[in-house]
Design a protein around this ligand. Structure first.
Ligand SMILES: [Zn+2]
Length: 282
């Protein structure tokens, strides 16, 4: 009975979780998550990196490669090229394990053709995709250099996959969270301002009017504790707010960070459903 009551309380507490967007700039999204816990933030972080599917080149059929670059090096470079994988681009594509073909087919793959004659540098813009929505995110990634009269001709096959199997399928280039910092300044503070000078990130400021040190940009605090070391009287302390996090997601441009987060939440929810079904069935 106790366990059931505990669960109910936990459910109520869980429902209070709040998420605010701190800033969104290009492919980077910074969120403030409040009233959550480490297990949830870490589960979302791990799913964002490892389990949200995106497209990457998996097979390369090299027909001609007269460049100085070895075939396998060229294939490896192609594999790491970020390719648009947002919902609009890949809505009809299947994951290879969901497809009934043996290797690859139009239901689970997209073909990109590269045909180029030297001299010159071959860029990602030279990859011609059979689907206009599915193409490299950037046009100017150099792939190889061709000398006079050298030719390259190949077919690259892009398929969906997850970061758990290979880093080329990771949609995020950075995905991490920090504890939400908490700075407390003691009443006995002598206002020597050494902490203000020591802070490398402008978190603290001395208010001339009130004649006291104030925390002016708490979310910029990296918890380096320079302020604690600078204070001769140990009147300042840096800790963190239990259950609050600053969560950063940055993608390689293959999909917007909001979409990575949304898909990660769906995957986590599916996993929870599976556990509930298993427990009820068992
Ligand atoms: Zn297939």
């Amino acid at each position: 009975m106790m366990a059931q009551e505990d669960l109910e309380v936990k459910e109520e507490e869980g429902s209070k979780m709040e998420i605010d967007v701190k800033n969104k700039h290009g492919n980077e999204l910074v969120l403030i998550i409040r009233d959550s816990d480490v297990s949830f933030a870490n589960a979302i972080r791990r799913i964002c990196i490892m389990e949200v599917p995106k497209l990457a080149i998996e097979d390369v059929n090299i027909i001609k490669n007269e460049s100085a670059m070895f075939d396998e090096v060229l294939a490896h470079r192609l594999g790491l090229v970020p390719i648009f994988s947002d919902s609009d681009s890949v809505e009809t594509l299947l994951l290879p394990e969901e497809c009934d073909c043996d290797d690859y087919c139009p239901k689970c793959s997209v073909s990109l053709i590269l045909r180029k004659q030297g001299p010159g540098v071959v860029y990602t813009k030279d990859l011609n995709s059979e689907d206009p929505h599915i193409k490299p995110v950037h046009d100017t990634i150099p792939l190889l250099k061709l000398g006079e009269d050298q030719e390259v001709e190949l077919e690259a096959i892009a398929q969906l996959g997850i970061g758990l199997n290979h880093a080329k399928w990771e949609p995020t280039t950075a995905c991490a969270y920090n504890y939400y910092p908490l700075i407390t300044i003691d009443e006995n503070c002598l206002n020597c301002q050494k902490c203000v000078e020591a802070c490398p990130r402008g978190v603290l400021d001395f208010d001339e009017k009130d004649e006291q040190v104030n925390v002016v940009d708490i979310e910029n605090c990296s918890m380096c504790k320079s302020c604690i070391r600078a204070c001769d009287n140990q009147n300042i302390n840096v800790s963190y707010v239990e259950g609050d996090f600053i969560f950063t997601i940055e993608t390689d441009g293959s999909m917007p960070p909001e979409e990575v987060l949304s898909k990660a939440c769906d995957i986590l929810s599916e996993k929870a459903d599976k556990i509930i079904t298993f427990c009820e069935g068992g």
